[in-house]
Design a binder for this molecule. Structure first.
Ligand SMILES: [Zn+2]
Length: 887
């Protein structure tokens, strides 16, 4: 799955049916060596499914469906009841065929709280193979859980399409099932729909039969053995673009009439699939790979890796030539690279239980970064790994963090596990280990792991074992320290001395924390790389709390050179001064890493908060664009901390504008021909930040261009259209807001329409923000747009948005996918600086959040307390620094 980009965070298969059921050598070897540890389960283990035949007939107009399930299962422990998972399903006729050919009629009961259905029999069932058949009915939702409907406007009127979303635990809303990743089985899916609708499943259609009444029945080919959360179905008026790679058909499925916007996604699938067939050493095992574009959005995810049928919201898949930017183009590639990585890591080989979710998400995050960097070197994606690591460390340095591998007990805990630790820290730890063993050994380990566990389930140690064997080098201590315990190591350079052309470093290891200055540090085995500029890198593993290194050369020493390590580096004053004075000549990735450390250590009180500004001042206007994007982002952050204190904020803004304006003067409003992607990204980031910092010229120019109208491609080029409209919306008066509202109502393209509704929620003006909140509760924006609007209001007005959402909780709950609710409300409050919000969040959690699902609440509280602390303790250092600049 791919998480949606959340503005509040600093920072987002198929096979030949005939062969699919044959046991592969890997399956045979797995059967011969059953896992020693029983997987976690919420179901009794004595019964397991081997094959599902599911037929559904959706009634899209009534938001309901009829289903028939025929499940082949094996009883291994005698039992008089078969318990499986089911949610919001009602059962009618049910039977069980026994190995002796008898037909038994069970008594069926459902437990809504446990999300189970029990089929009870008069006498115990002896071990053996049975077939359970049942007719049932279910509900079609309006948010992305289970089988759900998305409505959208077209030139030919309003349309409704159906899709499924089952991760982590919503297949049980679609069919009675053993809805846990470790219960793998094969699937025959059949669907009855109106003729003329396109149906898409994991596998190609095997047979289409015309029925009476304008209906058709489509049966898909049998899937390979897989987990329930990867099953997929879509039904609607679609078009499909196709291509082929290494004998696999690839497709992009869009709402009818949009297929010309799919070229970028299709090309991404083509090059990524070819790259992965090579990297994994096991060819993609299904006959086709579709990517299905759907209108709307979710607070929980932007794309999902269903095997052979990736689902992606169209904001992350299609290129609309009117509004798409280089960021969209890069995002489409990176989402495809992430989801296609899952076709192996997740789909072919699956974690046994949600404890090891990071095996899916950390790996896909790392693989997408690595592959984007390899196939699009001109985007300089490698520099972005530093930002991903920063996001993880921010989350990992407060008390509510958790280990990468964590104990998951409830469905809601599993859905909360889709967080920055699982994705970004998981990806960063893999990057560190790959760097430690070398990329060839790492790839050999991954290939062996995939070969050994294809169609099976694993735990983290299965991966470590394979990598260690391939590398011939111990990785377990490092891997365990960074995945089984939480937190961020802090490497201090206690001394650095130069003799005989060599620099001797003495290092000690502490722990970087933002909210527990007196915490006793944990211990890690930390792979540390150091380098004196112009000389070779040297590495060591710091263990037991201290270490030393002898590095060739004398001069500016960079620890964590190359920035592959997951730790913070704290230099002594003399070393930091040397780095500052030599900063401009360091490699860009080290400049970014050092700026990240300097910022975070400064905000946590381990350096002066103004040290970051000292570094920023040394960066020349023509430096690498990524550096200036980083500086613009942190100036934005500081500006937020000054909110509510007009005089101090004005003085800070004058300085910040003065720093950025010369850079913007070079970059300008208008793109040159064949301009590099990083420059385009920098332009957007400078325009956005300067507008935030109250740059009157930038705001006025944005308004002038907006007033020229959407048809003026010179004033409003696609690359700037959304950005300019967003700035105008943020600074809107009532007349401008009304104009934007009229534009949103008239817009027929869902992608642009949804964006306009979101921008209606951007104003700084309190009264307009309130109008946006009221609008979000009406039917007008659309079922999957409103939750995002309330979240957007929270960017400028967190307290107002939270109070409003809580006051209208029952309505708001209907606008949020059920998997996201426990973290949606804390997410809105997250930007608050009001001490009263802490109490409000606790009261809300006490009333509405399960005691086992409060991590998001406690993390939001930690963020608010941290922000209050920064305002009180760090900003005076920045004020004093500004004073010294003569500002
Ligand atoms: Zn994912």
């Amino acid at each position: 799955m791919r998480r949606p980009l959340i503005a509040a965070i600093l920072l987002g298969l198929y096979g030949a049916a005939s062969g699919a059921q044959a046991q592969t050598p890997a399956e045979a070897s797995l059967a011969a060596h059953p896992p020693a540890v029983e997987a976690t389960t919420q179901l009794p283990r004595g019964v397991s499914p081997t094959h599902y035949a599911i037929e559904v007939a959706p009634h899209a107009d009534k938001l309901a469906f009829d289903g028939k399930a025929k499940i082949d299962l094996e009883v291994t422990t005698s039992t008089s009841a078969i318990v499986l998972q089911a949610l919001d399903l009602a059962f009618a006729h049910s039977t069980l065929s026994t190995p002796q050919g008898e037909t038994l009629v069970p008594k069926v009961s459902v437990d809504a709280d446990a999300q189970t259905a029990t089929f009870a029999f008069d006498a115990p069932l002896a071990p053996g193979r049975y077939t359970l058949s049942t007719d049932y009915t279910g509900k079609i939702g309006t948010q992305a859980n289970g089988l759900f409907a998305l409505d959208y406007d077209t030139d030919a009127g309003r349309k409704r399409a159906l899709y499924t979303q089952f991760e982590n635990s919503d297949a049980r809303r679609f069919m009675p099932s053993w809805d846990e990743p470790n219960f793998k089985a094969t699937f025959d899916l059949t669907v009855v729909t109106p003729k003329g609708q396109m149906v898409v499943g994991n596998m190609p259609a095997a047979e289409t039969t015309a029925l009476g009444n304008g209906l058709q029945r489509v049966r898909f080919q049998t899937s390979p053995k897989m987990s329930t959360y990867l099953l997929f179905l879509a039904v609607g008026e679609f078009d499909r673009a196709t291509g082929s790679v290494d004998g696999t058909e690839i497709g992009v499925v869009t709402p009818r009439g949009k297929v010309d916007q799919a070229a970028g996604a299709l090309e991404a699938s083509r090059v990524v699939l070819r790259e992965y067939n090579d990297y994994f050493g096991v060819k993609y095992p299904l006959p086709k790979l579709d990517n299905i574009a759907a209108p709307g959005s979710s607070q929980f995810f932007s794309a999902m890796e269903n095997w052979g049928a990736i689902f992606t919201f169209e904001h992350s898949l299609l290129v609309d030539p009117k509004i798409s930017t280089i960021r969209n183009v890069q995002g489409i590639f990176s989402v495809a690279a992430h989801e296609i990585a899952h076709q192996w890591f997740g789909d072919l080989v699956t974690m046994s239980w949600w404890d090891d979710l990071w095996l899916n998400e950390g790996f896909a995050t790392w693989m997408a970064g690595r592959t984007t960097q390899k196939l699009h070197p001109e985007w300089k994606t490698e520099l972005r790994a530093v930002g991903g690591r920063e996001g993880a460390m921010a989350r990992d340095s407060v008390a509510t963090t958790h280990p990468v591998v964590q104990k998951i007990q409830t469905v809601e805990q599993a859905s909360q596990a889709f967080d920055a630790i699982t994705y970004s820290k998981g990806g960063a730890v893999i990057r560190m280990l790959e760097n430690y063993v070398g990329e060839d050994a790492w790839r050999e380990g991954v290939r062996a792991y995939i070969r050994q566990h294809a169609y099976g389930n694993t735990v983290s140690d299965d991966l470590w074992g394979a990598v260690q064997q391939a590398a011939g080098k111990p990785v377990l201590d490092i891997a365990h320290d960074f995945t089984l315990q939480p937190g961020v190591p802090l490497i201090r350079i206690d001394s650095a001395s130069c003799t005989g052309g060599k620099t001797r470093l003495r290092l000690s290891q502490g722990e970087f924390t933002r909210d527990r200055p007196d915490k006793v540090p944990l211990r890690w085995h930390v792979p540390v790389v150091a380098q004196v500029q112009g000389n070779a890198r040297v590495d060591t593993v710091v263990a037991g709390g201290s270490g030393s290194l002898v590095v060739p050369g004398c001069g500016v020493v960079v620890v964590n050179a190359g920035q592959a390590g997951y730790y913070r580096t704290l230099y002594g004053e003399a070393q930091f001064a040397a780095i500052r004075d030599g900063f401009v000549s360091l490699p860009t990735i080290d400049q970014l890493g050092i700026m990240g450390d300097t910022w975070s250590l400064g905000m946590a009180g381990l350096r002066s908060a103004s040290d970051y500004l000292d570094l920023a001042k040394t960066v020349p206007a023509d430096a690498e664009p990524a550096l200036w994007s980083d500086i613009a982002g942190h100036l934005d952050d500081l500006d937020d901390y000054y909110d509510g204190d007009v005089a101090r904020q004005q003085r800070f803004r004058a300085f910040a504008r003065g720093l950025l304006q010369p850079v913007f003067a070079r970059v300008g409003w208008n793109a040159g021909t064949d301009e590099d992607a990083p420059v385009q990204l920098l332009r957007s980031s400078l325009i956005g930040t300067l507008a935030n910092l109250g740059d009157e010229a930038v705001i006025a120019e944005a308004k002038r261009r907006f007033d020229a109208g959407p048809d003026d491609a010179v004033a409003l080029p696609p690359a700037l259209r959304s950005l300019i409209t967003g700035i105008v919306a943020e600074h809107a008066d009532a007349a401008t807001w009304d104009k934007l509202h009229a534009m949103a109502k008239a817009e027929k393209t869902p992608l642009i329409r949804d964006q306009l509704y979101d921008m209606l929620a951007a104003p700084r003006d309190d009264a307009l923000a309130q109008r946006a909140l009221d609008l979000a509760l009406t039917d007008e924006p659309g079922a999957t747009v409103s939750a995002g609007m309330i979240d957007t209001v929270s960017a400028e007005h967190p307290d107002m948005a939270f109070d409003f959402a809580v006051a209208h909780r029952e309505q708001v709950d209907q606008l949020v996918d059920s998997t996201s609710r426990a973290r949606y409300y804390p997410g809105i409050a997250n930007g608050s600086s009001d001490p009263a919000m802490v109490g409000k969040l606790r009261a809300f959690a006490d009333a509405h959040v399960a005691a086992t699902s409060r991590n998001a609440t406690e993390t939001a509280i930690a963020g608010i307390e941290y922000r209050i602390g920064v305002k009180r303790e760090r900003l005076p250092q920045v004020d004093a620094w500004l004073q010294r600049q003569g500002g």
